[in-house]
Every structure is written in C-alpha cells, then in structure tokens.
Design a binder for this molecule. Structure first.
Ligand SMILES: [Zn+2]
Length: 163
C-alpha cells in the first residue's frame, strides 16, 4: 500500500510549485498512485513543470487539479484558472506528438481516475456508494457506511495531512 509521503518522494516534481493543498483520502490512494505512475510515464523525461495544484474530495468524488508549463511560443494554454483541464473529446485526438494532445491525454487520465473514485470507498477503496449521512456526501462501502451511521467512522484523512 502506498502513502502520499511515498508518492511525494517518488514523484517529487509533482509536488513542486504552487499548490493549495494536496489531501488524499485513504481509500483513494491507490487510484491516485496509479494516476501519478501513468502521468509520469506519459511525460517521459521532460516533466514540463507538471504539478498538482489541488487534490481534494468534493461531493463524494476526488478532484485532481493540475498544471503544466507551456513548452513553446505556439502553445495555447487552454487550462482553467484552477489548472484543471477538461477535454470532452480527448479520446478521439489523433495528433500523438503535439503538446495539446499530451495535455488531453493527461486530462483523460485524470478524468477517469476521478470517475473511479466515485465508485470507491474513501476509507478503504472497496466498492462504495454515495452516502449522505449527516448531509455531507461521501462514497463509502457498506461496512464504512454503517460505521458512519453509528458515528464510529475514523478519519479518511489519516494519510492525507502529512504534508
Ligand atoms: Zn470501506
């Protein structure tokens, strides 16, 4: 099992530069670790200043915000102010070597990782459903959902706040 600290050591450049908080619930660390590995492989030798801007939980799903430097004068930076690229037709992009294609591919990886966390318990990573006990949405497996209902649920941030 990997931890945010291990990931930060392994992929230090992803934690460099400006960020407003990188917190990963325990159950989603595997999804996040896989995402880091995939992006690292996609970037190759030149990391292009890629880094996480914010990682958080919202409405039961992880949000992974990132930023990457513009490599040259012809590049158009089409990311939002929060550094979160969203591309609707990324999978149909055909230009394998262009920088915008690289950003689209990262955007696709990030979107699919976020989608995966919507189905995973934030505590343990098992299959989960959206739980709204207490009015705050969390994706939890049945066992952790019961714990939450019984008010015995531990913090899902145990690993996420070791910045
Ligand atoms: Zn669970």
């Amino acid at each position: 099992m990997r931890t945010p600290r291990e990931l930060r050591t392994r992929y230090a450049y992803m934690w460099e530069g400006y960020n407003i908080g990188i917190s990963v619930p325990r159950g989603w660390i595997e999804s996040f670790a896989t995402l880091c590995v995939e992006i690292d492989e996609l970037l190759g030798e030149d990391k292009r200043g890629f880094h996480w801007v914010q990682v958080k939980e919202k409405f039961g799903t992880a949000r992974f915000y990132w930023h990457m430097q513009s490599p040259g004068p012809t590049h158009i930076d089409d990311q939002s102010p929060h550094g979160h690229a969203s591309f609707k037709n990324a999978s149909s992009a055909g230009e394998g070597h262009s920088e915008s294609s690289l950003q689209q591919r990262i955007g696709t990886l990030v979107a699919s990782a976020e989608k995966e966390t919507a189905k995973r318990c934030a505590m343990c990573g098992a299959f989960g459903n959206l739980d709204s006990t207490g009015g705050y949405y969390l994706t939890l497996c049945s066992a952790h959902s019961k714990q939450r209902h019984d008010n015995t649920l531990q913090s899902m941030w145990e690993w996420g706040q070791d910045e």
